[in-house]
Design a protein around this ligand. Sequence first.
Ligand code: MSP
Length: 511
Amino acid sequence: MEKTFYVTTPIYYVNDVPHIGHAYTTLACDVIARYKRTRGYQVAFLTGTDEHGQKVETAARAHGETPLELADRVVKRFQALWEKLDISHTDFIRTTQERHKHTVQEQFKAIQAKGDIYLGEYVDWYCTPCETFWTETQLLDGSCPDCGRPTTKLKEASYFFRMSKYQDQLLEHIENNPDFIQPKSRRNEILSFVREGLRDLSISRTSFSWGVPVPGDEKHVMYVWFDALTNYISALGYPEDKDGKYARFWPGMHIIGKDILRFHAVYWPTFLLAAGLPLPTQVYAHGWWTVEGKKMSKSLRNVVEPNMLVDKYGVDAIRYFLMREVPFGLDGDFSHSALVNRINSDLANDLGNLLSRSTAMLSKYFSGKLPQPGPQGESDQVLIRLFADQLTQIDEQMNALAFNKALASIWELISAGNKYIDETEPWSLAKDPAQRERLATVIYNLLEGLRIIALLSAPFMPQTGEKILQLLGCDSNNLSLENLDQWGRLQAGTEIGKAAPLFPRIDIEKS
Ligand code: MSP
């Protein structure tokens, strides 16, 4: 049977240009998408842009553009960045596309037909920058409890969604499915939020017009989150599902930042429950990056621009650093010194050295032609077993989105390879013609280990993985771990050249 996997990024607001925070969410999704492909899954990987709402309308006005002109301009910046970061998404949705608007309207109609949408009036406090409504009691000194900025009192006709009706069902789902919301601390947060009681949710606006019209009452446009969240199924062609994508891929996994957890773990699941659709398999909220110890903000002029980083350090180094430095789910700090240290120690030193030493010895002792290994001795078996054990462990770590741990496990293999060189001392074996077969075994094992290391690293560092595999004469289009993870697949006789340095060392003083 076909194994399918669906992963999504949040769709990014077009009133901001992409920064390292956006790159982080998308990159995490890319890593898991690529990993699942190596495990034989058919993967749908969705990203896109959130183009409606008051914020976009206001930003466009400030630029003297229409909202769509602004969106058309900014969407290119996101698309170009994803290309530069080697993001392997299979679809890109814009909420201004017809396919999306259609699904949003159908979803609204379905929930309305069920009797879960009614027309009412509300008085509420709205934080425009956060696009969030607060009750009077939630405000802190009259301001938004999240960002501290002033809120506006609003009274208008609005359609409401009976979210309160789904409180018990949602609670039961969260309680019965411990993995539904992760990490655990975030799950607990949502549990207590839901236990406090859900109120009905206002899901339409008449105060601005840049949005999807409410079917049958076009004075109203839909609340931007009702619109935006639906992207996860509109991209699959719901409800008509002409090409069967919805049936194949829904439900999927949402990876998001912690700031938008409530929308994904409360609002979205209740919309789905009302529409009678399955809930996402998982909502995983990662932490936030600060920069050199400070919150990233335009006013501090410390926004880290991913394009610049990639130009300076290379795409794989950035991908590696973001996934290695901070446990996924926790907050982390971005600093140039930490980045340079990682590049120098993990990439240039550990990985770079293993590859250059191994290929240099193959050139020197066997003229670059991979020898047939002899019998594997005890120390070789230890190395081979370590690879097998780590493969199982890495699979668990990847499925738990513990990217930093999975990388640490891969680096244990790299260290084991370097240690194996030090212990077996190929240069001494080379001096003794009687040890020729032993030398062949050692060199073979090093390169075979590198093959598996390249396969395991490829989801994190696609270009590096490909480079190593090509050097080893392997098919770099076949990254499958399903059967290629077994020891002994490299063909004796393969010509393998000396590796050029993968990651040049960076002089911290000059960087
Ligand atoms: N448009 C909404 C999402 C709708 S999804 C149906 C939105 N967009 S956003 O552009 O503001 O943010 C998108 C993602 O970027 C979020 O997951 C957010 O957590 C992430 N980040 C923004 N700044 C960040 C950091 N400084 N650090 C890590 N991630 C951050 O919200």
